[in-house]
Design a binder for this molecule. Sequence first.
Ligand SMILES: O=P(O)(O)OC[C@H]1O[C@H](OP(=O)(O)OP(=O)(O)O)[C@H](O)[C@@H]1O
Ligand code: HPA
Length: 180
Amino acid sequence: MNPELQLLISQEEIAQTVDGLARAINQDYRDQPLILVGILKGAFVFLADLMRQLQVPVQRVELIRLSSYGTRTRSSGTVQVLLDLPPQLLRHQPVLLVEDIVDTGLSTAKALQMLQQQQPASLRLCALLDKPARRQVPVHIDYLGCTVPDQFIVGYGIDWKEQYRHLPAIYTVQQLEADA
Ligand SMILES: O=P(O)(O)OC[C@H]1O[C@H](OP(=O)(O)OP(=O)(O)O)[C@H](O)[C@@H]1O
Ligand code: HPA
């Protein structure tokens, strides 16, 4: 049986949110050449929309890939690094990490740690969604779109069992099967 989806954040609300985030980033960085690092897979839609609203000089867009959920609705607790950055890429550069959702915080904390090891000049985090109810490790979000309730989220790049990433709006999922 297909689970029931309930609209949480409409396409229009997402666009306004992304616009607000881009304005704040544009104001803070102004002429500083910025490196954007997106976390695959979930952040690819958000990253694509956000970067096209940026007026700061984006000198490079990079992608890392992390995975901890697999087919489950709860974090496995172990964050696998499936794609890392080439060494030395971020050294002495201003870097903005772009994440779709901060839930337990484990993925984002891991990504921040990986990026920090390259000694960037500065490192900030932009996250579209924050689900504070599930946090296991503290994560400071410099640019936050929306806070979401303690429910499973899909759409706008975010999946359940690899499905629903293509949806243009954000939904909560009802009637999920229990995790295997
Ligand atoms: O705060 P956390 O509990 O760590 O959850 C957040 C992460 O979980 C999801 O990634 P996932 O591991 O499902 O991989 P995916 O992005 O490829 O779907 C999501 O895209 C975030 O990166
Ligand atoms: O609510 C969620 N939905 C999908 N993937 C996720 N990864 C962390 N939280 C979520």
